[in-house]
Design a protein around this ligand. Structure first.
Ligand code: HEM
Ligand code: HEM
Ligand code: FE2
Length: 455
């Protein structure tokens, strides 16, 4: 290990993949509950909350680990404070565990989610960011400590790089965008208005900036590509992400009681959102083609390119198909949305974090060669299963839209009878996905154990 600080990145990766495993196990429980609603002691609400919160949190922890790595490597120094980094790691683990226990307690006994100082004790009820207020405060403190430590590290040696700039800029934007999720208003319209700032401006704003920065970092580290060219592309991508994504927010304001002009604003700007994502695919291919050297870390490069492609397909294509108000008025809130949610998160962020793990773990563990076959095996199990999950629920969504929205059949009839086979297939492919995750977790935890050490 070149830097002691990389132990912190390593700890974050470990916690991250373990939480990924939890996310998928509860995802399968949720899928089974579509078939047998009474399956399992915790009901669907609780299981769904656990599934999507675990997703968000493990991706954030993966980003933190990746950032601790990138900042130290690019500034060529240890973290400003290693103990602070360890403290921030353990504080995060403890807070996350407490929140999860809270959800489970509430799932078993809903009365426990009582009101304390005008907020709820265990669950605040805003999808994806259900964590209660005390946890929000802990999360904000933890993120501030993390950012402070990283920024001070860059100042220590004054080695500023373009990648660090965009990465830390994206993370600061991410931290700021957590705050709109903490307003209380008596109006459901206003509540939804602010809540979308967090959810949309995260995944289609700040997180995409982080993705653009990490893409440049990985292409440089794997291929030794020219930093100046990579930086130029990264700036164009980030500029376009912000230009299209900020007002693209309007695609969530069509039917929630906001003024009519959002139909135009949202429709036009969000339709442009796939453009920067397509540029990232081009960027990855062009760089790979131009720097045709021998790549040692094949799995790292493979995952980087796969991330760029599936970011475009899941977020860009599966997003744009239902983003115009003329289409969204029929598909809003159906399984079409769920299909997009899965492929977008998988392509844009799951593959991004997994790629970063494979790109940086060899140097963290000080190994040159490692057995890459398990990485490929896990990638294919996960990706093929995910493609089938998405095909199945896109099918379910089409049936649902037609029967419910056009023919006027009721929700439960469609869900319980017409869509049953789609749920059965989703559960089966879900198990396939779990196989891929089990291989991944084993590989990440044991990577390089049997190979030649170089440092
Ligand atoms: C990586 C980026 C993205 C991620 C992770 C993502 C994820 C999601 C998720 C999880 C939802 C469901 C939210 C909910 O109601 O619970 C959603 C909704 C939506 N997304 Fe995305 N998305 C991304 C990018 C995009 C892009 C680029 C577009 C358009 C081109 C788009 C269009 C939409 C639309 C229109 C909805 C609302 C669907 C409805 O009305 O039910 N998304 N997205
Ligand atoms: C990395 C892989 C996965 C990601 C990124 C992911 C992401 C998500 C997201 C964002 C949602 C909320 C979607 C929405 O409200 O539209 C969701 C819901 C759900 N997920 Fe996953 N998920 C993954 C894997 C799985 C697996 C393997 C299963 C099991 C088959 C599963 C089953 C479900 C179910 C049943 C729901 C609830 C759908 C609904 O409310 O209609 N997920 N997942
Ligand atoms: Fe959005």
């Amino acid at each position: 290990m070149k830097y002691q600080s990389h132990q912190i990145a390593h700890n974050f990766y470990t916690a991250s993949v373990l939480l990924f495993l939890v996310q998928i196990i509860v995802g399968i429980v949720a899928a089974l509950q579509f078939i047998w609603p009474d399956f399992f002691i915790l009901n669907f609400n609780t299981i769904r909350t656990l599934h999507i919160n675990a997703l968000v949190v493990w991706l954030l922890m993966g980003m933190m680990g990746a950032t601790y790595y990138v900042v130290t490597e690019e500034s060529e120094t240890e973290l400003w404070s290693i103990p602070l980094g360890h403290l921030q790691f353990w504080a995060t683990v403890i807070a996350v565990t407490a929140v999860v226990v809270g959800y489970i307690v509430m799932g078993l006994n809903p009365q426990t989610n009582m009101e304390v100082f005008g907020t709820r004790l265990l669950n605040e009820g805003r999808e994806y960011i259900e964590a209660p207020r005390w946890a929000d405060i802990l999360i904000v403190v933890s993120v501030l400590l993390f950012l402070f430590n990283c920024i001070m590290t860059v100042f220590k040696t004054k080695k500023f790089t373009a990648v660090q700039g965009v990465l830390l800029g994206g993370l600061t934007f991410l931290a700021l965008m957590y705050l709109p999720g903490m307003f209380y208003t008596k109006s459901m319209v206003k509540d939804q208005f602010w809540w979308w700032w967090v959810v949309h401006l995260w995944v289609e704003g700040s997180w995409e900036l982080i993705a653009a920065a990490l893409l440049a970092f990985m292409l440089h580290k794997l291929l030794g590509a020219d930093v100046k060219v990579l930086a130029k592309w990264m700036y164009i991508e980030t500029g376009l992400v912000l230009f299209t994504g900020i007002l693209g927010l309007g695609h969530h304001y069509y039917w929630i009681g906001t003024p009519k002009y959002w139909l135009w604003v949202g429709g036009i700007f969000s339709s442009l959102e796939p453009i920067p994502l397509l540029l990232m695919v081009w960027d990855a291919f062009r760089t790979t083609r131009e720097t045709r050297g021998v790549v040692q870390n094949k799995i790292g490069l493979y995952l980087t390119v796969a991330h760029a492609i599936f970011n475009f397909v899941g977020a860009g294509l599966w997003g744009v198909i239902h983003t115009l108000p003329q289409v969204n008025q029929w598909t809003h809130g159906t399984q079409i949305t769920t299909a997009h949610g899965h492929l977008a998160f998988y392509g844009a962020y799951v593959l991004l974090i997994v790629a970063m793990m494979y790109v940086t773990l060899p140097s963290i563990k000080g190994v040159k060669d490692f057995n890459q076959s398990r990485g490929f095996l896990s990638f294919w199990w996960m990706t093929i299963s995910m493609i089938f999950i998405v095909i199945t629920i896109t099918g379910a969504g089409m049936v649902q839209t037609y029967l419910e929205r056009l023919l006027g059949l009721d929700y439960v009839t469609v869900k319980a009878s017409y869509n049953l086979w789609f749920w059965i297939f989703r559960a089966i492919f879900g198990v396939g996905f779990l196989v891929g995750v089990l291989i991944l977790v084993t590989d990440i935890l044991t990577l390089g154990k049997k190979s030649v050490a170089v440092e």
